[in-house]
Each structure stands twice: as C-alpha cells, then as structure tokens.
Design a protein around this ligand. Sequence first.
Ligand SMILES: *[C@@H]1O[C@H](CO)[C@@H](O)[C@H](O)[C@H]1NC(C)=O
Ligand SMILES: *[C@@H]1O[C@H](CO)[C@@H](O)[C@H](O)[C@H]1NC(C)=O
Ligand SMILES: *[C@@H]1O[C@H](CO)[C@@H](O)[C@H](O)[C@H]1NC(C)=O
Ligand SMILES: *[C@@H]1O[C@H](CO)[C@@H](O)[C@H](O)[C@H]1NC(C)=O
Length: 391
Amino acid sequence: MSRFHILLFFLCAAAARDTEYERPVEETVRREGYPLEIHNVTTEDGYILTLHRIPHGKTNTTTSGKVVLLVHALLCSSSFWLLFPGKSLGYILADAGYDVWLINTRGNSYSRRHTSLNPDKDEAFWDFSWHEVGVYDLPATIDHMLEKTNVSSVYFCGHSQGTTAFYVLTSIRPEYNSKVRVQVSLGPTAFLSNSISPVVRIASLLGHTGFYSRLLLLDSGLGEFLSRYSWVSVLGKAVCRGTLMEIVCETVIFVLIGFNDFEISPSSMPVIIGQAPAGASTRQETHYVQLARSGNFRQYDYGADRNLQVYDRITPPDYNLSMITVPGYSVHGSNDWIADVKDVEKLHSLLGNPKERYLVSDPPYNHLDYLCGRSAARIINTKILEYFEEY
Ligand SMILES: *[C@@H]1O[C@H](CO)[C@@H](O)[C@H](O)[C@H]1NC(C)=O
Ligand SMILES: *[C@@H]1O[C@H](CO)[C@@H](O)[C@H](O)[C@H]1NC(C)=O
Ligand SMILES: *[C@@H]1O[C@H](CO)[C@@H](O)[C@H](O)[C@H]1NC(C)=O
Ligand SMILES: *[C@@H]1O[C@H](CO)[C@@H](O)[C@H](O)[C@H]1NC(C)=O
C-alpha cells in the first residue's frame, strides 16, 4: 500500500466513525440530567487543568458536605468515572449525596494547557511524569476544592495511576495527609516487579521506552504519548465496531491488562475506545517501566549523572510509603495483570495507615473491571460507599 492509500484509509476511517461514543464529558453529564460545573486550576508550575464537578445528584439534591475527588488512570480522563449511566461511580456518588470532583491530569485531552508552554510546539510541556501529577496537580486540585466548598478534608478514590500519584503526593508533601479523610485505591500501582502484562514485561526487558515509542509513532515527537489524534486512537475508534471487531479489539486490550471474557462485554468496547487513549507524556510510561525494572517504588531515573545533580545520589530515592497516614483501602483483582496480587499485598502492608485490602476474585477482576466490569456497580461501588460511610 502506498502512503497515499494509508492516508486515505485513515481519513475514511476517521470520517466513518461513530462519534456518539466520543462525546465530551460536559455533554454526557448534562444529557444524563446531572448538574455540571467546569473549573480551571493552575498548578505551581503553570499547567492549567480542567476539573469537572457534579455538585449533587439528579434526584438527590441534598448536599451532605461530603466532597470527593476521583482521579483517573494513565491515558484516561474524567470520563472514565462516567462511562455507564446509572452504574459508574461518578453518578452513584452524586446520587448518594456527594459533591463529586473529577480531575483531568496534565497532558490529557482536557488539560493540554499551560500558562506559557505550547503542547503542540514545546517539548518542555511534555517533560513530566506522574511524579509531577502527584506533587503539583493533586495538591492544586485539593486546595481549590477546599476553598470552593469550605470543608477541611476530602474523600479520595483513584484508579491505577490515580493511586500512584496519590502515594507520591502524600509521601513527598505529607502535610496533605490531613486534607484527605480516607483514600480508596482501585488497582493500586506502586510496585510492578510481578506484573505479568506482556507490554510491561517486554518494555521492561527492552528499556529505552522513549526510543521505541518514537519508533512506533506512539510518541508525537515532542514527548506526547498516544494522544487522541495518534494512529492507535484513530484506528481503534474506526475499527472497533461490529461484533467481530469488538471482540478483536477486546482481545488486544486484554493482552495488556488481563484476560477476562465475561466482565467487560464486547459492546462496551466502543464506549471505552471512544474515550481512550486520552493522551499522556512518554515519560509517564517510562517511569512505570523503570519501576518494573527496578522493583522499587521510586522517583524518576534520569541516569547516574543527572541523578547526582537532581537527587545528590546515583540512584533515585524511594517514595516513603509509611509517610502516608490517610486511612487506606486497597481494592484489587485476582486477574489484574498490571497490579499483581503480590505487588499490591506488599504496597498495602507498607502504607502508614492501612485499613482493608479487598481482593476481587469472584469474578476475577482485571485492571479495567473496577470501572468497566458488569458487576462493578454491585461489587466495587457498594464497597466504596461502605468505606466512605465510616469517615
Ligand atoms: C476555563 O477556561 C476556558 C478555556 O480557556 C474558558 O473558556 C472558561 O471560561 C474558563 N472557566 C472559568 C470558570 O474560568
Ligand atoms: C441523599 O443524600 C443524603 C445526604 O448525604 C443521604 O443521607 C441520603 O441517603 C441520600 N439518599 C439516597 C436515596 O441516596
Ligand atoms: C467556612 O467554615 C468555617 C468553619 O467551619 C466557618 O466559620 C465559615 O463561616 C465558613 N465560611 C463560609 C463562607 O461558609
Ligand atoms: C520513612 O518515614 C518514616 C516516618 O513515617 C521514618 O521513620 C523513616 O525513617 C523513613 N524512611 C526513610 C528511608 O527515610
């Protein structure tokens, strides 16, 4: 095929795709009849984040003064808490009387903004990992929430990278422990040495994640990883339709996160693919691969020379999990190929204030089932409400 044909294919695919599933959060939430506010938050280092807020439920408009922050996973966005009306956690919490805030961390499609850097031109914009999400994005967001709602602390729930960033925040800036009442981690991600995801294993074997990302055109060339406009994203949205292709796409995703042919129905695929990948930086990916290689939960490894300048030592320092004094609940799945059971057990035991660790083994949850599984509303959301109720 000539380059022209490839281009033509992408153009047709892009034109033919069903945009119903690509609706922005603003539209989805209002269509479902929930109130929505949009807030802009500027971090200390100049990134402008979009927060979505559902201040109360559709039917239950009583506010309880309970304010909750939900933090999405890598390559996802606030929309992942709102994928399935009537079932997804964002709606469930709002209906239960919570004031729900959903962050979009730096670099995803809702938060590609900066006070001075241009994400389409400046490599410096993309020079961050989830470390910066934890050190800058989360505290700016929490402070904004406290200011707007006049409460003294918030409830917290994170998925995957959302949990990683939380551990970074509360270990590096421990003064934020008192601003969070309780935290629930879904698919907690800090140690990755036992992850059996083939992608994690291969990347960790090869190293040089940045180089391969560019080679495969997953990186825009500036350090942006799998944006909404990358070929993976466009192709996925175009082809993952119709029963057969939904099954093919589902299989590709399962190879990354854990096989489970019951919990995520093939018909959920267009819903998921319509909202992901939502963009990130290549360094976020690289930092995770470093964790898989080293077996430690530690700061970004720049190489010995620069580590000496940045950290005053050759290897990066570990995050000290015992500094995290927020009561911590960990929810994980027995079929999660990213957050392996052994890694989560270790992480949970090292937290400064561990509460319950809940393993979902019937059905065996994978890394996406906490949000996208058929039984998630029944199993996961009920658990979260139950944990929150105690605080
Ligand atoms: C947030 O930023 C957007 C885009 O710059 C702007 O249109 C909107 O008015 C801002 N919202 C608030 C509440 O400042
Ligand atoms: C509505 O919100 C209030 C305030 O939190 C709560 O006590 C009540 O249980 C909620 N009602 C329902 C039906 O969820
Ligand atoms: C905020 O809360 C404090 C302490 O609970 C209270 O004294 C103050 O009046 C509240 N301010 C607003 C604007 O509600
Ligand atoms: C980690 O923090 C605890 C306090 O929570 C402290 O006692 C311990 O020395 C710290 N460990 C390291 C390696 O800094």
